[in-house]
Design a protein around this ligand. Structure first.
Ligand code: BGC
Length: 806
């Protein structure tokens, strides 16, 4: 017996030892491959200062002389050439990949920034510093607290990009970018990984909230404004995800099958505007393939189009762990591999040795990376103080959020007049959503809920409704635990909705003046949305809207629906029920205040839709080719894919919409499709109501030097001060090719106009922007003949049309 027990114990011990050694080996492997493999390349903080001939400089390579690259007075191009000439081949290769994942997961080295998701590595021998990269499009994402440090490092959660685009206000978006840039500068971040400028090809892409619009011109103009705002601080941007990254499902393997024409007119066009209007310091290539080639390995995209055709001067970095073949990436013009792995380092070294990767390609990439480093504050020895003006930025986010909210319906209900007791309905009214999840999330200090927004503005909140929420939260406490840390990245928080009884509804109606019912949606990186219970309202939400509107209306009281969502939802079947609908989007940390600013009339709504709200999802032409069974990436899945990169699915097993996606709708994306087919929509592209009305004077049109110049006066003829967004569309009459009926070619937003005040607005449309991509000649072609120039308050409400012969 004893022998048996002894034998059994031996087996158990052997098993434990085996498991322990396997865990230690795996940890060691993961650490040395993905997390921390930069031994011998520490950021130097001990660089001596020297003064020669009255000029004081950092003697970065400690040779006691003033090298060109150490001299701030020299041009960056010369400094870069000088330092490049002093670098060894190993140092150049080392520069082409990031420093790994250590700081992302909080394992920061001295001088690091916890939560910064990537870095450009230092070159200590030459005193070249580390450069820090951090997400993202709605504000910085760094760790809000640090070990052994009482200070907090919160960042401002600005509105999501879709909301910013709904403002159609380039100046305002510039201001938001400027505030983001100031925050980055204060926290020592050199490059913000944003804005994200992919097209809303289909309403259910899980990351649409990070993107601007279904229209490339609006996306491009908004993106450029943010870039200009951020970069005005000497902080770089990384415009992402280049390009056609329009679904999250299987995003790292998905192959987009798309025509050259759709690429040029729709998917590339927005990026082209951004590059030409703002010269971002960097572009981030996307995960997906286009017609069989990873974007990060495509010379056609990264060199021919981006650089040769558009004149992009910055560097291209990969999306995190994106693409397959490091050597092909560098050769194609993808200069920097982020966040960098030891595998890539080895692969590049090997590729140089066996001649697969040329010295020219290495020098070119290293030169672009060094140029960026020399532009950063780190190279200027700027001392950041970790004290951004969060209060000022809260004011900026509050006003910008209000400006991008879209009033979809208003039947004599808004703004509030003498409502004293407000019944807040639906769980989202109390758990307001600031933004989406994933890398587009921000670690903000607080989020103002709708409840707090009303209380801050001096309104009374109905206690009956509030008590029901409190007991619902108590009973369902598990559902109210917010995912934390890495888990929060891939798990959108969606607390259970309240199911109100008839008695509860009647009590609420009896004790309040008005109902404000919020519908919430949260999505994010790593998963697309589904039609059921997401695009479509859930059964509980439908019943809430039906029962509350019915009960309030019976007592002659009104119900306002607030949509606290990050992407389009179905509205056609229920929009007739409430008295008003405010599309609040996800307005950042001050969202609740911003909504109340609109409802109370402190701010007159002036947002307009940057996309169409369709009647049905299947009305979208892209719906035939979009994943119908979305799967969310998990943290475990992500780690597994990292260690064992997924291999290509054999051709015969490839699944449509996952392994490959046809873009059969071609250029007919969004309103281009709906308007060409004259389909009924729930709310059209460009639509949004105001508390006032505007008069448009007849337009004046002049063609001069290949540009169409249009001007008109806009007058506020209502009582409320307000702003108007004027949209300019063009249509080719009797086109000989299949092309959208109309396309947005310019827009303008007025300043705040007082009652009876008018303003002249003028826009310029370069005639070449009316061209289409001609696949037979592989270039843009301008059809000769008659074009309509239309001025609209939305794509479906055209106020004036003039014809020109081009
Ligand atoms: C996202 C990027 C992001 C990067 C770093 C990737 O998964 O696609 O948008 O910038 O992670 O967080």
């Amino acid at each position: 017996m004893k022998k048996k027990i002894f034998f059994f114990l031996k087996i158990v011990v052997a098993f434990i030892v085996l498991i322990l050694s396997a865990s230690i080996c795996s940890f060691w492997y993961v650490n040395k491959t993905f997390i921390s493999f930069e031994d011998g390349y520490e950021n130097r903080t001990d660089i001596p200062e020297l003064t020669i001939n009255g000029y004081t400089f950092l003697d970065r390579n400690s040779n006691s002389t003033l090298d060109v690259y150490e001299d701030d007075r020299e041009a960056i191009t010369d400094r870069v050439l000088d330092v490049l000439s002093q670098m060894t081949l190993q140092e150049k290769i080392h520069l082409l990949k990031g420093a790994g994942m250590a700081s992302t997961i909080g394992m920061t080295k001295p001088g690091g920034i916890p939560g910064a998701v990537g870095a450009i590595v230092p070159t200590p021998r030459l005193g070249i510093p580390t450069v820090h990269l951090s997400d993202g499009p709605a504000g910085l994402r760094i760790e809000p607290s640090r070990e052994n440090d009482d200070k907090t490092y919160y960042c401002t959660a600005f509105p999501i990009a879709t909301l910013l685009a709904s403002s159609w206000n380039e100046t305002l978006v510039y201001e938001v970018g400027n505030a983001m840039g100031r925050e980055a500068k204060a926290y020592g971040i050199d490059v913000i990984l944003g804005p994200a400028a992919n097209i809303h090809r289909h309403p259910l892409c899980g990351r649409n909230f990070e993107y601007f619009s279904e229209d490339p011109l609006l996306s491009g103009f908004m993106g450029a404004s943010i870039v200009n705002g951020i970069q005005s601080n000497g902080i770089g941007t990384s415009v992402k995800h280049f390009v056609a990254n329009n679904q999250e499902t299987n995003r790292v393997l998905n192959d987009v099958i798309v025509s050259d024409r759709a690429m040029h007119e729709i998917y590339l066009k927005g990026f082209e505007h951004i590059v030409k209007r703002s010269q971002p310091w960097t572009i981030m290539s996307s995960y997906n393939k286009i017609n069989g080639v990873y974007t990060s390995e495509s010379e056609w995209l990264l060199t021919n189009i981006l650089r040769n055709e558009w004149g992009f001067k910055g560097l291209v970095m990969t999306d995190w762990f994106g693409g397959k073949n490091s050597s092909s990436q560098i050769s194609a013009g993808n200069d920097l591999l982020e966040p960098g792995t030891n595998r890539q380092w080895k692969a590049l070294t090997k590729a140089v040795k066996n001649g697969e990767l040329s010295m020219d390609a290495i020098d070119r990439a290293a030169k672009r990376i060094l140029t960026l480093i020399f532009k950063t504050k780190k190279m200027q020895n700027y001392r950041f103080n970790n004290t951004p003006d969060l209060k000022k930025h809260a004011g900026i986010t509050r006003n910008s959020a209000a400006e991008g909210m879209v009033l979809l319906k208003n039947e004599n209900s808004l703004p509030f007049t003498n409502e004293k007791n407000i019944a807040l309905l639906g769980i989202t009214s109390y758990e307001f959503i600031a933004g989406g999840t994933g890398s587009g999330d921000v670690n903000e200090a607080y989020t103002i809920s709708l409840e707090e927004g009303f209380l801050n503005a001096g309104f009374k909140i109905n206690k009956t409704a509030k008590k029901i929420v409190e007991s619902h939260q108590k009973v369902n406490s598990d559902g109210f635990v917010k995912p934390q840390g890495l888990d929060a990245i891939f798990s959108p928080f969606s607390p259970p909705e309240i199911i109100y009884t008839t008695d509860q509804i009647n009590n609420i109606v009896a004790t309040s003046d008005i109902g404000v019912l919020t519908i919430g949606r949260n999505s994010g990186e790593g998963g697309d949305r589904s039609e059921k219970d997401d695009f479509l309202l859930t059964k509980t939400e439908q019943e809430m809207i039906v029962k509350f509107t019915d009960a309030f209306h019976k007592k002659n009281k009104k119900v306002i629906v607030v949509l606290n969502i990050g992407g389009v939802i179905e509205t056609a079947t229920w929009k007739h029920l409430p008295d008003a609908i405010l599309l609040a989007w996800q307005g950042g940390q001050e969202g609740g205040n911003s909504v109340v600013d609109i409802l109370s009339g402190r701010i007159n709504p002036s947002g307009k839709l940057p996309m169409t709200f369709p009647v049905k999802l299947s009305d979208h032409e892209s719906h035939k080719n979009f994943p119908k069974n979305p799967k969310m990436i998990t943290l475990e899945g992500l780690v597994k894919n990292l260690i064992f990169p997924p291999s290509e699915t054999p051709k015969a097993d490839k699944v449509k919409d996952e392994d490959y996606t046809f873009y059969h709708e071609d250029v007919f994306v969004g309103y281009r499709h709906f308007d060409s087919k004259n389909l009924e929509v729930s709310f059209p592209f460009g639509f949004g109501l105001s508390y006032t009305n505007f008069e448009y004077s007849p337009m004046k049109l002049k063609i001069k030097n290949d540009t169409i110049n249009i001007s008109l006066n806009i007058k506020n003829i209502g009582i409320f001060p307000g702003k108007e967004v004027v949209q300019f569309y063009t249509e080719k009459v009797n086109s000989t090719i299949k092309r959208p009926t109309q396309e947005l070619k310019s827009f303008a937003k007025t300043k705040l106009l007082e009652n009876n005040e008018s303003i002249n607005i003028s826009v310029k449309i370069p005639i070449k922007e009316l061209s289409y991509w001609n696949e037979t000649i592989n270039d843009w072609s301008l059809e000769k003949g008659v074009y309509k120039i239309k001025i609209g308050e939305s794509s479906r409400s055209i106020r004036q049309v003039l014809e020109v012969n081009l």
